[in-house]
Ligand binder design. Structure first.
Ligand code: SF4
Length: 649
């Protein structure tokens, strides 16, 4: 391939990394999409999924949707005929206007993170706000429990630690996240290059867990119990930061009252993690400054928000907040880079009567005759929403108007009355902001939209016009919006300058999470317990695990403490022939072996290596500074290593 042009752009997928991309273009129209070697996070490589997809189906007119389609067969059979944009938008406009004239809330709209660029991912909400459609809350199918738990405790959930402060940390604890798969470059570089000891808490021995100094391989559903056992160990060692709790939080006394019974031995019986490992991890974390990465995995269980609340106690109890190298991260939102979500989605257009429902209720809402239309964009509900069979049956309703925007003929698109072809991120300009790093990146148009496909935002501009809507917010051009967003983030930053750089870090200096202890709770303090939880329908304090009808027999019962759901528990590696708990099904040797490969061996999950022992001496104050921490994080050396790796490619 003879490259004539290169374009630097950014991957906008739902991923922590937000990798830099270089698109190589040849005169004959062929393209090659590769990683940007100058991108700090990904350093010249894309993940396998995107390397294949972006050089394959993403530009394959035989696979992509290239023209608007109208259904000609029964719903769900995927029989369509191509039509023009005018006909498609004209038909849809007539039907949506008729429904809207009766009740805008009868129109459901579902969306998620099909693309995470700012405009393509948010501009359509201006349209739906204007027509008063019912939004299916996107997070309810993913990470809502964690957001709510953190919002109640800390007042917010999208202002996490700045990853650049890792050079000041003495411990990185990753709880319920798997960076090796879902943040592969963060795993490969950010995590592996820090000399700080790492603790991973996860039922699965994934690559990040296997590479950590300590892996606490707990039974699924016992996160809350483990957090309390760790707090007990921290308290027993006199490492609770009482001064911090007294000045910055409220409600600790009620938590402290629960701790006495949660000994490490109880923790071992409950979670399956050896008591010694619980104590060691707890003390290492408490010594601080420590970073706590709270993944989305462990809040995806019954009472997941409760588990998140329990884990969220750790930074407060140990004073691991408000100082360099300390803090926790769930997600870093666009607001950390100055973006005004109200502007982006024109919330002022939304009628007060507009409703939001959960994905948990989507199937039943679709069954109800009051729901007259559904528009799906940036997601695939027939594959990713709960109660699929019921939901698909509901999508077969003949009197339900369904419009689907997508790049591909998805399961959901098969049920649609109209399928509208969306352009891919390679085909229009936009802005990307990682939800991990403090970055602002350019998504730059490298090639024209495939066939007649259009960016999401342009589809809704055209639909708004055909429907007779006139609000200027519905027609704001991309270039104008990009300029406004960049100006909000970094005054004076132009898209041209950003496109040349690819990605910039902003603010330029690392920030400290809660540096000013400005917690956005009603009391202005971290709220560990209290009436806000009760008002939200949650327990005032915490339940340790899932409220199962039958507690696990192995765990000693404690008054007021309910255990993990037996259905969620899985066989442990040291017990390959045991009955699958809760299911009554006896595992075969073969399947146990397969699981053991995934879970690791008992020896594997007690990683008392030299580094671990040194880390423990450090956290116990026996040997001063951890030997691995005496090596400063050398950015220049890292850059040289990166260059050498690139030159070998
Ligand atoms: S690792 Fe994430 S950001 Fe990077 S190419 Fe893959 S999906 Fe995109």
């Amino acid at each position: 391939m003879k490259v004539t042009t290169t374009v630097r752009t950014t991957c906008p997928r739902d991923c922590y990394d937000a990798c830099g991309i270089v698109v190589k273009l040849a005169a004959d129209g062929t393209i090659n999409v590769v990683g940007d070697p100058e991108h700090d996070v990904s350093r010249g490589a894309l993940c396998g999924k995107c390397s294949i997809g972006y050089n394959g189906v993403w530009r394959d007119p035989g696979v992509r949707l290239t023209r608007p389609l109208k259904r000609v067969g029964p719903k769900g059979t995927g029989r369509f005929q191509p039509i023009g944009w005018d006909e498609a938008l004209g038909d849809i406009a007539i039907r949506l206007n008729a429904i809207r004239g009766r009740d805008g809330a009868a129109i459901l709209q579902t969306h998620y993170t099909g693309t995470c660029s700012l405009i393509a991912g948010s501009f359509p909400l201006r349209f739906f706000n204007r027509i008063g459609a019912t939004e299916v809350d996107p997070d309810t199918v993913c990470n809502k429990a964690g957001h709510v738990a953190l919002q109640l405790t800390y007042g917010e959930s999208t202002r996490g630690f700045d990853p650049r402060t890792i050079d000041g940390t003495n411990c990185v604890m990753i709880w319920g996240a798997n960076p090796s798969t879902s943040a592969p470059h963060v795993h490969q570089y950010w995590l592996s290059e820090t000399p700080a000891p790492k603790i991973v808490i996860d039922p699965i021995r994934h690559e990040t867990a296997a590479a950590a100094d300590m892996h606490l391989q707990l039974y699924p559903g016992t996160d809350g119990a483990l957090a309390f056992a760790m707090l007990h160990a921290i308290s027993a060692a006199g490492r609770i930061d009482r001064a911090f709790l007294a000045t910055r939080s409220k409600g600790w006394e009620e938590i402290a009252g629960q701790l006495a019974a949660c000994t490490p031995a109880w923790g071992e019986a409950t979670t399956g993690v050896p008591a010694r490992l619980i104590e060691d991890a707890a003390l290492l974390y408490a010594a601080g400054p420590s970073l706590l990465w709270m993944g989305q995995g462990f809040q995806r269980q019954t009472f997941g928000g409760n588990a998140m609340r329990a884990v969220a106690l750790l930074p407060a109890a140990t004073g691991n907040l408000g100082r360099y190298g300390a803090g926790f991260l769930y997600l870093n939102g666009w607001d950390t880079r100055g973006v005004d979500a109200g502007y982006l989605t024109a919330t002022h257009l939304k009628p007060k009567s507009a409703q939001t429902i959960s994905h948990m209720d989507l199937a039943s809402r679709l069954e109800a005759p009051e729901t007259e239309a559904i528009v799906t964009w940036n997601n695939n509900i027939a594959a990713s929403s709960p109660e699929q069979r019921r939901l698909r049956r509901a999508l077969e309703r003949d009197d339900l108007l369904q419009v689907t925007l997508d790049l591909f003929q998805t399961d959901t698109a098969n049920y649609a009355d109209y399928v509208l072809p969306a352009a891919s991120f390679l085909e229009f300009d936009d802005v990307v902001m990682s939800y991990f790093n403090a970055s602002i990146s350019a998504q730059v148009k490298a090639v024209p939209p495939l066939g007649e496909s259009l960016p999401n935002q342009e589809i809704f501009r055209r639909l708004a016009a055909v429907m007779g809507l006139t609000d200027p917010e519905l027609f704001e051009p991309d270039a104008e919006m990009i300029a406004t967003l960049l100006d909000q983030a970094k005054p004076g930053l132009t898209f041209e300058a950003l496109a040349e750089a690819g990605t910039i870090e902003y603010p330029p200096e690392p920030g400290v999470q809660f540096e000013h202890h400005d917690y956005r709770t009603p009391s202005g303090k971290i709220e560990l317990t209290g009436s806000a939880f009760v008002d939200a329908g949650l327990p005032r304090t915490l339940r340790l695990g899932r409220g199962a009808t039958r507690p696990r027999r192995a765990a000693p019962a404690l008054p007021g403490i309910e255990m993990a759901d037996e259905q969620q528990l899985r066989q442990r590696p040291q017990d390959p022939e045991a009955t699958w708990r809760g299911s009554g099904v006896r595992a075969s040797r073969r399947s146990a072996g397969a699981r053991n490969r995934q879970w690791g061996t008992r020896k594997d999950w007690q990683p008392y290596g030299r580094a671990h022992a040194a880390a423990l001496r450090f956290c116990r104050g026996a040997a001063g500074r951890h030997p691995r921490l005496q090596e400063p994080l050398d950015r220049e050396r890292r850059r040289r290593q990166c260059q050498r790796a690139q030159s070998r490619q």
